[in-house]
Write a protein that binds this ligand. Structure first.
Ligand code: PMP
Length: 363
């Protein structure tokens, strides 16, 4: 397999091999343009077509309604933590936050500077090992919007069903699980995601928003910060990350050729099932999260007794076996396998085999 490893990195992360192969083939001369996509004017017909293909691809795959815009921005998901309140927050209408981990904490840090907010629910006192239950969530019907993180990349939890906020727009950070499953976009006011996990390379941020929400922004908001600008200019107000958008188009094409989101979703369920089964089977490993909230994208596990010595050995030896990126995030320690869309079932099987072997030698 061309010397490639099984890549469990949390992001930037593994990309589909057919996408990389196609990018390689097209690198020097894209569709007889005589140049690489990297060398093209973002105002050229060729690039406009690439941009349209990326947009149409994600629209088709996710079933994005007509009254939603798809924007290709920069600044990462982190800039959205500021851009969302700048555009959607209204005085006297505090933002509701479902605080479920490190990435909602980052969103809160920006809200501290920009808006009034309240926590509609949090599981911080339980170290974010689970998500709030329906009964624990108290939404304010007068909120500007609700902030939720659909998949907590670091703590390894994922909302299986989204809470129903009534008429208040639901704003979701889907950085680490966008396009991993089918969702009903019309239930969200705005969805944002850094591209570097399920969409393509780093440097691109995708924002999907109901167009009328963009009109809430004050006229004095600086031009680049306004969603309105990017809707009006079709993500071409300034130079967008052209090559990252091109790769995203190839990823969208790959998803369609694989059979669309229902196929991807099933495969993700299978990978998660294989891995959690291996973790639960013997008691040598454990997953710290509540079962019903377990992430299908970022699977955290520890060696029982929180054996940091053995976990370090696991990382070391797995690396030698061609399994890369299994060290857990420094804030939760232990081990983490990120198994995004492009991670093959064979990679997960290989990890499960390695886990069994490791246990035999060290258990
Ligand atoms: N939100 C989530 C859920 C993430 O996983 C990340 C990145 N790991 C971010 C936000 C921040 O993304 P970026 O680095 O693109 O700003």
């Amino acid at each position: 397999m061309t010397g490639r490893v099984y890549n469990f990195n949390a992001g930037p992360a593994v990309l589909p091999l057919p996408v990389l192969e196609r990018a390689k083939e097209e690198l020097l001369n894209f569709e007889n343009s005589g140049m690489s996509v990297m060398e093209m004017s973002h105002r050229s017909k060729e690039f406009e077509s690439i941009l349209a293909r990326a947009e149409n691809g994600i629209r088709k795959i996710l079933g994005i309604p007509e009254d939603y815009a798809v924007l290709f921005l920069q600044g990462g998901a982190s800039l959205q933590f500021a851009m969302v309140p700048m555009n959607l927050y209204r005085e006297g209408k505090p933002v509701d936050v479902l605080h479920t981990g490190a990435w909602t904490k980052k969103a809160i840090q920006e809200l501290d500077k920009l808006a009034v907010y309240r926590l509609a629910a949090t599981t911080e006192s339980e170290k974010f090992r689970r998500l709030p239950t329906r009964a624990e969530i108290q939404f304010n019907p007068g909120a500007s919007y609700i902030h939720i993180c659909s998949n907590n990349t670091i703590y390894g939890t994922q909302w299986r069903e989204f809470p129903d906020p009534g008429d208040v727009p639901l704003v979701a950070d889907m950085s680490s699980d966008i396009l991993s499953r089918r969702i009903d976009v019309s239930r969200f006011g705005l969805i944002f995601a850094g591209a570097q996990k399920n969409l393509g390379p780093a440097g691109l941020t995708v924002v999907i928003l109901r167009k009328d929400l963009a009109e809430k922004a004050g006229e004095n908001l600086t031009t680049m910060m306004q969603y309105r600008t990017h809707i009006k200019e079709k993500s071409l107000y300034n130079t967008p990350p052209t090559f990252a958008i091109y790769i995203m188009y190839l990823v969208m094409d790959w998803i369609e050729k694989e059979g669309g989101l229902s196929v991807i979703e099933k495969r993700n369920e299978e990978k998660a099932r294989l891995l959690y089964n291996a973790i639960d089977r013997t008691g040598f490993y454990y997953n710290p999260c509540e079962k019903k909230d377990r992430s299908y994208m970022n699977v955290n596990f520890r060696i029982t007794g929180d054996r940091e010595d053995l976990e370090a050995k696991f990382v070391e030896e797995s690396k030698k076996a061609g399994l890369i990126g299994l060290k857990g995030h420094r804030s939760v320690k232990g081990l983490r396998a990120s198994i995004y869309n492009a991670h093959p079932v064979a990679g997960v099987k290989s990890l499960v085999d390695f886990m069994d072997e490791f246990q035999k030698k060290n258990g």
